[in-house]
Ligand binder design. Sequence first.
Ligand code: GRF
Length: 210
Amino acid sequence: MKKVAVFAAGRGSNFEQLCISERSGFLSAKIALLVASKPDIGAIDLARKFDIPYCSIQISDFPEKESYNKAFLDVLDKHGIEIIALAGWLRLIDKSIIAKFQNKILNIHPALLPFFGGKGMYGHHVHEAVWKSGMLVSGATVHIVDPEYDHGRIIIQKSVQLDFSDTPDSIADKVLKIEHEIYPKALKLLSENRIDFSAGRLQIKKADSK
Ligand code: GRF
């Protein structure tokens, strides 16, 4: 079973959903580590609840970028991590980590990429931008992480209908429901080696029949 580390910087509802999916037997991967951006975030309470090892790696604790990035590589190595799932992680993932986990890092974004993504497009900013645009559809995207913000290849995307009475808050609620639905599915596909990256457009392989 592949070991997964989840990186989180906030309340951790997607992390929680991944833990629930593991415990229910839906995921054939083990959530083996939570890496938090700070020691006082909600995701850490969830790690305690689910009895999952956790640590926090806070940028301000490091004199420079190299030792900060090395702290990630060290802890991932120590726990035998093969897949990383970003769940509300705000910082760009360093190239040294991407190189070691090529096509093995997922991110969830609360909009339909390639729209409403990129630097500064996180949390409420995304839903405000969708609302201001007047679009009557939004959604969530799970994608592979590459060195650019919200840019890598798309694994699963699902849309939700908006209406004129929606507000940025109600859009966020609608989208979060979708996030919780698609993130476990995408992680399942990746952990079961069912994504074929060789073609220009990704292909999903059928599950092995038992
Ligand atoms: C989610 O909307 C996710 O798409 C984005 O950050 C938010 C994290 O929420 N990347 P949570 O901490 O998982 O509840």
